[in-house]
Each structure stands twice: as structure tokens, then as C-alpha cells.
Write a protein that binds this ligand. Structure first.
Ligand code: COA
Length: 340
């Protein structure tokens, strides 16, 4: 098979973990907050319920159990982790990084790390960064964490957005692989001109927090739902096809595509554009909503645990999000399905 210009060591996923808060917000609950209906939300988005954090819960509190679970699944102690990459747009605070907070919280005292911001594409950007760190030999292993508490940015009176999001975390451990292929290739993209359609303007150096920024609601997420919908489906489908074909495979060779979970209709449009059946694409948006950087690692963890992906399977992870940012990662799954 063709190996494209990536560095030397073969790198793959050797552990996975996830965590979502216990609190569940159903569509029926949302009917009491805004003028909407369970039927509208299910048919327009595919979401039935989402897990949301209690007020005051920082991202690191949601990430810590997922990191511990991933370490446990691999049989590593926190001290054995070299590197932590936290992908999030809802960090605990501007600084220190959530990676540092998390390092302390889980007792990974030999790890260094940083936060990475690529919105809904955060996890695949982080996976690519983690891949490069391990492939280059500069670290032995990385915990790549996709975590968001996006419900902290939601305007709960806006029915166009409050129905979409949930909170959660997924984590994977990356290590060199002795055999098999692990991560085969990735393609990442950014287009900063898309920022106008998906952003949060307040709180940073452009609009430091003030009474005026609060009054204008600049601390809420803004999205042009229709614009994002259209470009997300075509971009994820096209970049998936590109990464598959440039490595000498056909789309039918892929056992499972795990797309970012933003809207069931976007996922269905991706499947249609790729000419594949719905069964070849993972869907769990019905239970979690859009958990931003966490959708893909949560999907991957659940697919591995349930045996939906098995050792030797080819898998594509693909995402689209704020930035705009988007991309796809092709990998061969190397873990046995957990027993019992
Ligand atoms: N309940 C009931 N009606 C709603 C509603 C809700 N929660 N939200 C919007 N509507 C109404 C609109 O007001 C509109 O009514 P009108 O025709 O009287 O003006 C009608 O439903 C259709 O709205 P529209 O915006 O065309 O719906 P849509 O099918 O585009 O769905 C989104 C809206 C937001 C669900 C959809 O565009 C989407 O998911 N976009 C992607 C967003 C995204 O992925 N963001 C994260 C980035 S990764």
C-alpha cells in the first residue's frame, strides 16, 4: 500500500475512554424552554436527548474520568503518560491550559501538554498532532482528549441552537505500534473566511468581557445553521473520499465512517454523497447531541466497545467545524474487542 510522506514510526490507538455527565436533557424538557417540539427536533436533527453538565462544571472535570478510563483500558498508570493534548473550545479558563489542569487532576505528573482549538474538528486536529509527536519519537505516548461543555456557550432562549448541543469527553491513547498499521494518513483543512458563519465573538482580545459585550450577547455561540449545514456535508464527504482514494482503497473497503455528529441530516447527506448505506456510518447523535470536540472519540470508543469495529478494520474519522476547519483520518483498527 502507498504510504504518503508521513514520518517514520507507525502509530495507532491503544486505549479509549469516554465520559458524559449524568444529567439528561430530553426534547420534552426543551419544549418547556423554547417554542419547539420533540417531533421537530427529532426530524430536523435526529437528536432525542443530550447529557449536560451541572452549572459550574469545568471541562477538566468532564475530561478527567474519560482520561482515567482510557488509561485503564490500556493498562497505563497516569505517571506513564508523556503528553496530553486537550482539544476544546470551552477550556476551564484562558490560562493555564486545561491540559495543565488535567495533568494535575489525573496525576500525570510526567506529562507536558497544551490545548488546541479547532472547534468541532478539534479531535482530528489533535489526533494528527499527537500522531506526529509519537511518530517523530519525541514522546512515547499521548492522551488526545476531545472535551467540550458547549452548553456554557448556548443561548437557552434561541431555539435554533439550544436544541443541538450536549456535553462530554472522549479520549484516546496513541502509541507506536509493533505490528499493523494504526493511523495510515490524514488530510486537514482550514478556511478562515468561514469564521463569519460560526463563531463566538466575546471574551477574547477582540471584545474583552464588559457589560456591553454581555448586553449584546457576544458570549453566546453564533451560527448560520443553513450555511454550515451545506458546507459541512460536502466537505466531510469529499475529504473522506480523498483520504480513502489516495491510499489506494475504495469507499467500500471502509468498515465504518465516524463523522462529527452535528445533525443526522448532515450525516445522511455525507452517506448519500459517498454513495454508501447508512449502516456504514456511525450515528449516536440521538443520545448525545453535538458534543463538539467529543463526538468522534465518543463514537470511536462506543464502536470499539460494542464490536462494531474489529481488529483489522479500516475506519475513517471525519469532521467539520468552526474556523472553518475540516478533515479526515484513515486508520486500521488494531485493538481486540473487549470481552464481557
Ligand atoms: N423548533 C421548532 N421550529 C424551529 C426550531 C426549533 N427548535 N428551530 C428553528 N425552527 C423554525 C425556524 O424558525 C423556521 O421557521 P420559519 O420557516 O417560520 O422561519 C423553520 O423552523 C425552519 O428553520 P430552518 O433554519 O430552515 O431549519 P433547518 O432545517 O435549517 O434546521 C438547524 C436548523 C440549525 C437544525 C440546521 O440548520 C443545522 O443543524 N445546521 C447545522 C448547524 C451546526 O452543525 N452547527 C454546529 C457546527 S459543527
Amino acid at each position: 500500500m502507498v504510504k504518503r510522506g508521513l514520518p517514520v514510526r507507525t502509530v495507532g490507538i491503544t486505549g479509549t475512554g469516554m465520559y458524559v455527565p449524568d444529567r439528561i436533557l430530553t426534547n420534552t424538557h426543551l419544549e418547556q424552554l423554547v417554542e419547539t417540539s420533540d417531533e421537530w427536533i427529532r426530524t430536523r436533527t435526529g437528536i432525542r436527548e443530550r447529557h449536560i453538565a451541572s452549572p459550574g462544571t469545568p471541562a477538566s472535570d468532564i475530561a478527567a474520568p474519560a482520561v482515567r478510563a482510557a488509561l485503564k483500558s490500556r493498562g497505563l498508570s497516569p505517571e506513564e503518560i508523556d503528553h496530553i493534548i486537550v482539544t476544546t473550545v470551552t477550556p476551564d479558563m484562558f490560562f493555564p491550559s486545561t491540559a495543565c489542569v488535567l495533568q494535575d487532576k489525573v496525576g500525570a505528573r510526567n506529562a507536558w501538554g497544551y490545548d488546541l482549538s479547532a472547534a468541532c474538528s478539534g479531535f482530528i486536529f489533535g489526533l494528527a498532532a499527537g500522531y506526529q509527536a509519537v511518530a517523530s519519537g519525541s514522546v512515547r505516548n499521548v492522551a488526545v482528549v476531545g472535551v467540550d461543555v458547549l452548553t456554557t456557550l448556548v443561548e437557552w432562549t434561541n431555539r435554533n441552537q439550544c436544541i443541538l448541543f450536549g456535553d462530554g469527553c472522549g479520549t484516546v491513547i496513541l502509541e507506536p505500534m509493533d505490528e499493523g498499521e494504526g493511523i495510515i494518513d490524514f488530510i486537514l483543512h482550514a478556511d478562515g473566511s468561514g469564521a463569519q458563519y460560526l463563531h463566538m465573538l466575546g471574551g477574547g482580545s477582540l471584545n474583552p468581557p464588559s457589560h456591553a459585550t454581555l448586553d449584546k450577547g457576544l458570549h453566546y455561540l453564533y451560527q448560520d445553521g443553513k450555511a454550515v449545514f451545506k458546507i459541512a456535508s460536502t466537505s466531510m464527504a469529499d475529504v473522506t473520499m480523498e483520504v480513502v482514494e489516495r491510499n489506494g482503497f475504495a469507499i467500500g473497503d471502509i468498515s465504518l465512517i465516524i463523522p462529527h455528529q452535528a445533525n443526522l441530516r448532515i450525516i445522511e447527506a455525507v452517506a448519500k454523497r459517498l454513495g454508501i448505506e447508512r449502516e456504514q456510518v456511525l450515528v449516536n447523535i440521538d443520545r448525545y447531541g453535538n458534543t463538539t470536540a467529543a463526538t468522534i472519540p465518543i463514537g470511536l470508543h462506543e464502536a470499539a466497545l460494542s464490536g462494531r469495529i474489529k481488529k483489522g478494520d479500516l475506519v475513517v474519522l471525519t469532521s467539520f467545524g468552526g474556523g472553518y476547519t475540516w478533515g479526515a483520518i484513515l486508520l486500521r483498527w488494531e485493538l481486540d474487542t473487549p470481552q464481557g
